[in-house]
Write a protein that binds this ligand. Structure first.
Ligand SMILES: [Mg+2]
Length: 298
């Protein structure tokens, strides 16, 4: 069958969309890769970015990309070099095994009979090239982040930035299956032709920068899950989640960022994945039954 706009979609896909920094990893990706490569102290680096933002009105992502290009040790890198640094990223417990283990739940015969699938996506305000070179890349259908253009084999200028408000655009890209950022996400796609309806989506994030995504997901019937680092002795990570869940009512659940089998987060994800998968099977069964009833007698 040829997929296309205007045709109804089987809507048999479940999408889990993750933020990266402090959601899948306990650290900022730059702190584990580019900054140590250039011998820069992360705290001083991020303070220099904050100065651009607060004193000159820079966008956050343009601020860090500009500051990076001010250092020879970074400016002389290529996107290929950034890709190679992806191997240095560290993750919360259970990543990346969690992706395959969640897939396995939906690979049971009762779901496979109806062709139900799970897909994983990452949307980050960090650098896409680094994520694309990491362990998680082989488990994801798409990864989106900020990108540098190159000149003469060196990173030269921001090609694309993804701010926390722009991140919501990528939820609609998953929803409408317009995965290439060159495609206009505002193209009209009727509800029945959307590949992944919002009720089939889960968004996992960690804090205020995920509020726009949590809001879009929740408003359209998806599941919003906030995670925190249980090993943060300052409890700042926990407090961010607590505020999102309790004071702001932005998320359905909060859980420690532990993706191992049996953890509270895994129980939430697995419970919801199976509920979505069961609803997909139910709906497809009904659709087929309805077709049979509607068919004219032979
Ligand atoms: Mg984050």
């Amino acid at each position: 069958m040829i997929e296309g706009k205007g045709m109804s979609e089987p809507q048999n896909i479940i999408a889990v969309v993750y933020d990266f920094d402090h959601t899948l990893s306990p650290q900022y990706m730059q702190d584990q890769t580019i900054l140590p490569h250039a011998g820069l102290d992360p705290q001083a680096f991020w303070q220099s970015c904050t100065a651009l933002i607060t004193q000159q009105g820079y966008d956050q992502e343009l601020a860090y990309m500009k500051r990076m290009l001010e250092h020879d040790a970074i400016r002389t890198l290529s996107n290929r070099d950034l890709h190679g640094m992806g191997a240095q990223l560290t993750f919360f417990p259970g990543i990346p095994d969690c992706f395959g283990e969640l897939n396995a739940i939906i690979q049971q015969p009762k779901y496979q009979e109806w062709d139900v699938h799970v897909e994983h996506y990452v949307v980050s305000s960090g650098l896409e090239a680094i994520l694309a070179g990491s362990e998680i890349a082989k488990w994801t259908k798409a990864i989106w982040g900020c990108q540098f253009d190159e000149a003469g084999g060196h990173i030269s200028f921001p090609k694309r930035t993804i701010s926390h408000t722009q991140k919501t655009q990528y939820l609609f890209r998953v929803n409408k299956h317009l995965l290439d950022p060159a495609q206009d996400v505002n193209d009209h796609v009727p509800e029945e032709a959307r590949r992944v309806p919002f009720p089939h989506m889960i968004y996992v994030g960690d804090g205020p920068t995920d509020v726009p995504c949590f809001t879009v997901i929740k408003k359209h019937g998806g599941l919003a899950v906030a995670v925190y680092n249980p090993d943060d002795p300052t409890r700042r990570s926990f407090k961010k989640c607590y505020d999102l869940a309790h004071h702001a009512d932005r998320v359905h659940f909060m859980a420690p960022a532990d993706y191992r089998s049996g953890s509270p987060l895994r129980l939430i994800l697995e419970q919801h994945l199976t509920e979505i998968a069961d609803s997909i099977v139910e709906r497809r069964r009904h659709a087929i039954a309805a077709t049979r009833i509607a068919a004219p007698p032979p």
